[in-house]
Design a protein around this ligand. Structure first.
Ligand code: ADP
Length: 206
């Protein structure tokens, strides 16, 4: 089922588009396949992709100062402090290749991050076009993550990440719904089918 709340929204007419800039947020619980979909969208639509999780994992692997600070949070399945993650996003979005837009994956995850993102975009006369909420059943999520086998994908850490998602991130659905930005798609399907669902929601939000 595709639910495009934006079409019915009174905020719709207020969306200001500058050139072909497209700012998309791929949103959902850990393990719903945000990263896979964000990567496909980026490749096929030619919009650069920013995954805060991937950026943090890379910093950890490289042993940078950022990586050293982030390591304990990521390994425990906790959120890295807002100012650190917001700093990564601010810096990245200032880069030349991002003037044409961005697909954000794993950000924002808290109310403070969502407000910071609005502010960062406002400073450059941009705003979010669409928040695509990928909705997947709870049991399926845990199965997908256990298959993925990343270091922070043990059952205990997955439980912690889901609890944090429910407490801190899920309330953002209301934030974006109120602002007419939210599009929810059913993510209980194969990768290509989910991609098609997202793609058609994107057409509607242009
Ligand atoms: P998933 O969505 O499957 O949890 P991610 O790659 O998006 O995977 O995130 C992995 C970890 O990176 C998170 O558990 C958290 O520790 C950290 N992280 C990623 N994005 C953020 C963010 N926006 N704010 C705080 N921490 C983050």
């Amino acid at each position: 089922m595709i639910e495009n709340l934006k079409q019915a929204s009174p905020y719709h007419s207020k969306i200001v588009k500058v050139g072909d800039t497209m700012i998309l947020v791929v949103f959902g619980a850990p393990g719903v396949g945000k990263g896979t979909q964000a990567e496909l969208l980026s490749q096929r639509k030619g919009i650069p992709h920013l995954s805060t999780g991937a950026a943090l994992r890379q910093a950890i692997t490289e042993g940078t100062e950022l990586g050293k600070t982030a390591k304990s949070y990521v390994e425990a399945g906790r959120l890295v402090p807002d100012e650190i993650v917001t700093g990564i996003v601010r810096e990245t979005l200032a880069g030349a290749e991002y003037t044409q837009g961005c697909i954000l994956d794993g950000f924002p995850r808290t109310r403070s991050q969502a407000e910071a993102l609005d502010e960062i975009l406002r400073e450059t006369n941009r705003e979010i076009d669409c928040v695509i909420n990928v909705d997947v059943d709870g049991d399926e999520i845990v199965q997908r993550m256990l298959k993925r086998g990343r270091q922070d994908d043990t059952e205990e850490i997955i439980r912690e990440r889901l609890a944090i998602y429910n407490a801190s991130t899920m309330p953002l659905l209301e934030y974006y719904k109120e602002r007419g930005k939210l599009c929810t798609i059913d993510g209980n399907a194969e990768i290509e089918e989910v991609y098609e669902r997202i793609s058609s929601v994107m057409q509607n939000s242009l």
